[in-house]
Design a binder for this molecule. Sequence first.
Ligand SMILES: Cc1cc2nc3c(=O)[nH]c(=O)nc-3n(C[C@H](O)[C@H](O)[C@H](O)COP(=O)(O)OP(=O)(O)OC[C@H]3O[C@@H](n4cnc5c(N)ncnc54)[C@H](O)[C@@H]3O)c2cc1C
Length: 321
Amino acid sequence: MLDVLIIGAGPVGLACALECQRKGLSSTIVEKGALVNSIVGYPTNMEFFSTPDLLEIGGYPFPTAHYKPLREDALDYYQRVARSEKLAIRLHETVLSLNGEQGNFTVTTDKGEIPTRNVIVATGFYDLPNPLGVPGEDLPHVSHYYKEPYQHVLQNVVVIGAKNSSAKAALQMTRAGARVTLIVRGPEISNSVKYWIRPDLVNRIAEGRITAHFNTTVTAITPEAVEVLMPDGPRTIPTDFVYALTGYHPDEALLGRLGVEPDPDDEARAPLFDPTTHQTTRPGVFVAGTVCGGRATSRWFIENGRHHAQLIAAHLNGLMR
Ligand SMILES: Cc1cc2nc3c(=O)[nH]c(=O)nc-3n(C[C@H](O)[C@H](O)[C@H](O)COP(=O)(O)OP(=O)(O)OC[C@H]3O[C@@H](n4cnc5c(N)ncnc54)[C@H](O)[C@@H]3O)c2cc1C
């Protein structure tokens, strides 16, 4: 029987496996997609906002040619760490539920059952987009994930949302020759957009290269257009493609099946856990990384979430001795 099964091979799941292994605990990661699946899904050549030292796990240096690493650098780094440490990882296997109790759990996946004494949930948030809740959202030319600009050259593209991902996508597509319209619910580009991206976007809007509609909400999407409600009334914006970059949220149904309870006093429905050990109210079940913030997905990220691994490994080590 495993000492610990870790759900999710993101940066934090890898950090947990590594720290547990160093404490002599037997561990396996179960990951429903590829290694560091969320980062695989990020835009091509995306630049991290963190410097490489703040993304490191297990003390492995993260050398990069640039001041800020790109998605591809991070993919290379994390797979090298996983291979160097010979971490046990089962890829393309989805965890469905958890039965039993601490010391004698059974994890059920879509491929079978795995016995384990403890479970670390490091499932992040990137799989479930926040829906707009409007008709037409499921049309094939609507996506919640931006990858790269080239399919949109000389096309009309509507980008919904005005945070970092939308800002970067709008700027990149504009520079590649797409005609971008930004739909913003609030009165301005969010102040949470990074200080080196925001002025670029504000200036492109000011010079008319990007059209932005503020205080505007989307009411429907059709195959040819986005229907919006602006302060002066409804309007139809013709478009070839729509990016609804309105954020993501953790899989609350899965957390429920794992017995991870949300904090009733937290608007973000973050899991209830002991901050000194990261153990949830279900003994033997721990949470690590972004999932700890619930719907507040910027509360924990790689920089601060990677440290959960040492706390959990130290606690488990104490229990096992
Ligand atoms: C565009 C973008 C840029 C970012 N830039 C930065 C940055 O510069 N610096 C920074 O610190 N943070 C950054 N972040 C945030 C950071 O990427 C996340 O916080 C980070 O991925 C969290 O790591 P994690 O291991 O907690 O979760 P994730 O990396 O999301 O890993 C969770 C893993 O769990 C897997 N999983 C989910 N459900 C199951 C299941 N049922 N069974 C098996 N596996 C499952 C998923 O496939 C995934 O691989 C950025 C985020 C985005 C979206």
